[in-house]
Design a protein around this ligand. Structure first.
Ligand code: NOJ
Length: 562
């Protein structure tokens, strides 16, 4: 058993999507030397850990979430020696490294899958989920009616045979068979490999899909849009698998674990992170990020609901407070930019809105996860056509809309653009030179957001007032304030459709977070005890405090009761 220091409870994690962060050798793809050149920028921001989206060799059918070798570095990113140097450079700056573990599936180019296909008698056959198809009136149908999370059937036929393999994502991402103890042993070895290299923890990709209910069968619920989720989300052996990983691996290291969940059931969500359950330290539960789409379908826009957002953001903070640990997230590589959603759509108040969102999210109870560029208030890109988007999901969904549902292209395209993951994957905007300083001018793998001329790191660093500078102050306040790191969470004005208010309290100190989610002046009555509060952080010139305030557009305040 390793001594657990719970370091993650004071950490600020920054997510790097390596393909789009910094391209040092001008080949169009970000790389590890590029990351190293920007570590001081992150250190100054207040970052204490980095989560790297997959750095492993991969055919990039899903840009790294299709892993072909779990123990190596993609040549476009550099070498293992580069990675070791990255670890050293991070260590010098007190920054920990968290690796992305994509263990629900591999790439179809992984040697296990290749061996499984090459020889039906190979032991690797049982590393995957392979089943005979169903014969119906002379037609060969997939083994079940399950749908992939990326649209379409979740099964791919193996050549001309009668067998199919399961892929809950793209066909090039075959699902691993977690029922097989040998697979689970391989996974433990992979985790140990990275921990022994000194990494500080893992983010587990769609972890709550590992366990599929056996025997595998069709979903008979005619109303369920995505067929099969009742059999593969929070499956029957989920808790057992996590406990096994914990006993076998995590408990022997001072490692932090965060699981990315896929529409988890709240009861399971809670169990995954309960301290005495010995499973994970925390999960990402994206409930609040579905507050501007229909039924969580990100390509189906609906007017933003602040009330739904508040429930998703604040409920876990209250519900898990005594038992587990929470994560605070507004963006990642799968989401549009936060300042371009949540009903914000403003150019005029970009600074105010970006800083207000950060205040709302990152002073809560849990570990903040900042996605690259969020600290600059980066906006969605202005894609003009499908050709400017590289994400296969944008293409899959566009094809489904136009071919299967006959939605005209002119209607489908804005829907795709609304929810596209591509917005988060445009090259990082470092300065106003060609390609936003991402590289020395070679065509980047993903189109550049034309906003880089105005919105970039160089500009933010040169200014006294900028989103980056505000993030610095916010993270400093967080670091220095035990009530924000540890305090309880009490919400006010829960039913307000305009304001988000919550207090953090610890050892007699009380702080209040006040956020106006609208572009209009909005009256706000402070809860008792804050009439004479001191302003600790504000995205405008600090106002005079009294019980009744009028908040300015997207105003955010942090008050300390006196
Ligand atoms: C979640 C990841 O964040 C996403 O980028 C990926 O496409 C799927 N899991 C499949 O691995």
């Amino acid at each position: 058993m390793a001594q657990k220091t719970d370091w993650y409870r004071d950490a600020v994690v920054y997510q790097i999507y390596p393909l789009s962060f910094m391209d040092s050798n001008n080949d169009g793809f970000g790389d590890i030397p590029g990351v190293i050149s920007k570590l001081d920028y992150l250190k100054e921001l207040g970052v204490t850990a980095i989560w790297f989206s997959p750095l492993y060799p991969s055919p990039w059918k899903d840009y790294g979430y299709d892993v072909a070798d779990y123990r190596a570095i993609h040549p476009a990113f550099g070498t293992m020696a580069d990675f070791d140097r990255l670890m050293e450079e991070c260590k010098k700056r007190g920054i920990r490294v968290i690796m992305d573990m994509v263990l629900n599936h591999t790439s179809d180019q992984h040697p296990w899958f290749k061996a499984a296909l090459a020889d039906p008698k190979s032991k690797y056959r049982d590393y995957y989920i392979i089943r005979p198809g169903r014969r119906r009136g002379g037609k060969l149908l997939p083994p079940t009616n399950w749908t992939s999370c990326f649209t379409g059937p979740a099964w791919e036929r193996i050549g001309e045979t009668d067998e199919f393999y399961l892929h809950l994502f793209a066909p090039e991402q075959p699902d691993l068979n977690w029922e097989n103890p040998e697979v689970r042993k391989e996974i433990q070895d992979i985790l140990r490999f990275w921990l022994d290299k000194g990494v500080a923890g893992f983010r587990f990709d769609v972890f709550n899909l590992y366990s599929k209910a056996q025997p595998i069968r069709s979903d008979r619920n005619p109303f369920r849009l995505q067929k099969g989720t009742n059999f593969f989300v929070d499956g029957p052996r989920m808790h057992e698998f996590l406990q096994e990983l914990n006993t076998g691996v995590f408990s022997h290291y001072d490692a932090y674990t965060v699981g990315e969940s896929y529409t988890p059931d709240p009861e399971h969500a809670h169990r995954y992170i309960q301290r005495d359950a010995g499973e994970l330290d925390s999960i990402f539960d994206f409930e609040h990020l579905t507050s501007d789409s229909v039924a969580g379908l990100k390509f189906l826009p609906k007017p933003f609901s602040l009330r739904a957002f508040k429930r998703g953001l604040l409920d876990p903070q209250r519900n898990y407070f005594h038992t587990g640990w929470n994560t605070l997230v507004l963006e990642n590589h799968d989401c549009p930019r936060s300042v371009s959603r949540f009903g914000i759509h403003t150019r005029r108040y970009r600074y105010e809105a970006a800083t207000m969102l950060a205040t709302a999210a990152f002073l809560g109870w849990g570990t903040p996860f900042i996605y690259q560029g969020e600290e600059l208030g980066l906006t969605n890109s202005r894609f003009r056509s499908m050709d400017e988007m590289q994400d296969p999901v944008s293409r899959f969904v566009f094809d489904t809309m136009t071919k299967d549902y006959h939605i005209p292209k002119a209607l489908a395209f804005p829907m795709i653009r609304y929810g596209a993951r591509d917005h988060a994957r445009t090259p990082m905007q470092w300065d106003d030179s060609a390609n936003g300083g991402f590289n020395a001018g070679a065509q980047p793998w993903q189109s550049v957001n034309p906003a880089y001329k105005k919105i970039n790191a160089k500009r933010d660093l040169a200014a006294e007032k900028s989103v980056y500078r505000f993030y610095q102050s916010l993270l400093r306040l967080r670091r220095e304030t035990p009530a924000i790191l540890r305090g309880s969470v009490t919400e006010y004005d829960e039913r307000s459709r305009k304001l988000l208010l919550y207090a953090r309290e610890y050892e007699g100190k009380r702080f209040l977070i006040v956020c106006n989610f609208t572009a209009k002046k909005t009256p706000c009555t402070l809860p008792a005890g804050f009439e004479k509060a001191a302003v600790r952080l504000s995205n405008y010139a600090a106002p005079a405090i009294s019980r009744e305030l009028t908040l300015r557009p997207y105003e955010a305040l942090v008050l300390e009761a006196r």
